[in-house]
Design a protein around this ligand. Structure first.
Ligand code: SF4
Length: 339
């Protein structure tokens, strides 16, 4: 029984992107920020069929089993609303242009703060205004609730799109004082606090507070399971050209030193006396920005590669392509996660 228009050509919605992996493929639904797995055989059918109806496609298969499989595929595609039917030529339904541009010179700036020094904070603000930062992550290290409030007050009226606050284990913020942090700065949407106490989540009008036992400042998390993936249009486009973790990332440590990422061993001067806009031009500073998953051994065969924000540092392997020191927890050749 077919409950779709089997004699009219089918078309994939433009927001549904096919991504082929070694062992299986995915359809990323970039309108719903979701994805589904499909077998590579269905990927090939969708990739190769243009202006073809289900009935016409069905007639190209001889075996009864293949015909039944094709029918199952189409029921799935219709249920998930990945395809629609139209007699218009497919050129009337243009695909997304693969392009990426943003008005920000820095996508993520991570700043560690342990004391409140107005002159230093003002210099940071000046830098942020000049380079245009999309997401600012303030990490409070071994400091006090009072210092957090003082710093956040200064960061009101900033042109960043996202402001997140991380609090280390050596800074204690009482549960009943958390709302005060959100109220101090309208832009704070997320606060994560490391603590040996119980883990919990508090939802406030302005954002979410997580209390976790994880060492959020020093941990090297990597990709651990499927919960780490949420496809979206921005991420998909960026993944086609750049490394989604390292691209336009800046880390400023407690002493004001400018580095490329947390844990970097190369410093690029101090933010007090160096203009970040100049540092952003240096080839060494941009070394990892363009290393996309398609350039990395194993990742290039992975169906998650356009929604994966893996933070392992790519290294050049012997045969001149990129790889990692540490194995990913996911194996795209077996479609399995490490136990
Ligand atoms: S293999 Fe690469 S793309 Fe796939 S999950 Fe691991 S890090 Fe991400």
């Amino acid at each position: 029984m077919r409950n779709f228009l089997s004699d009219i050509p089918f078309h994939l919605f433009a927001c549904c992107i096919l991504v082929k992996g070694y062992n299986r493929s995915c359809i990323y639904d970039l309108q719903r920020d979701d994805f589904e797995y499909i077998p590579n055989s269905l990927y090939d059918i969708l990739k190769e069929s243009k202006n073809l109806s289900f009935d016409a496609l069905l007639s190209s298969f001889d075996q009864k089993e293949d015909k039944e499989t094709l029918l199952d595929y189409f029921k799935f595609l219709c249920d998930k609303e990945f395809i629609f039917f139209s007699n218009l030529d497919s050129s009337f339904f243009p695909k997304y242009e693969i392009e990426f541009s943003k008005p920000y010179h820095v996508s993520t700036m991570v700043v560690d703060i342990d004391v409140f020094e107005l002159a230093y904070i003002n210099k940071l603000l000046d830098t942020i205004f000049k380079v245009k930062v999309e997401c600012l992550v303030l990490r409070f290290i071994a400091t006090t609730y009072e210092n957090i409030i003082k710093v956040l007050k200064e960061f009101n009226d900033m042109p960043t799109r996202i402001l997140q606050v991380l609090i280390d284990k050596n800074t204690s913020v009482e549960r009943e004082l958390v709302e005060g942090v959100f109220k101090t700065n309208d832009r704070v949407s997320l606060i994560v606090s490391s603590s040996d106490e119980e883990e919990y989540i508090d939802q406030f009008d302005r954002g979410v507070f997580f209390s976790t036992k994880r060492d959020i400042i020093n941990e090297k998390k990597g990709i651990t399971d499927i919960a780490d993936f949420t496809p979206n249009l921005d991420l998909y486009m960026e993944s086609n050209f750049y490394n989604t973790f390292y691209n336009r990332r800046v880390y400023i440590d407690r002493n004001g030193n400018i580095l490329r990422y947390e844990g970097d061993t190369m410093t690029f001067g101090n933010s007090i006396d160096v203009e970040l806009s100049m540092i952003l031009q240096l080839p060494d500073f941009k070394k990892y920005w363009n290393i996309k998953k398609d350039d990395i051994q194993k990742c290039k065969d992975c169906e998650y590669r356009y929604m994966c924000v893996d933070n392992r540092l790519p290294i050049k392997t012997n045969n001149d392509i990129w790889g990692f020191d540490e194995e990913c927890n996911y194996d795209p050749y077996q479609s399995e996660w490490k136990k």
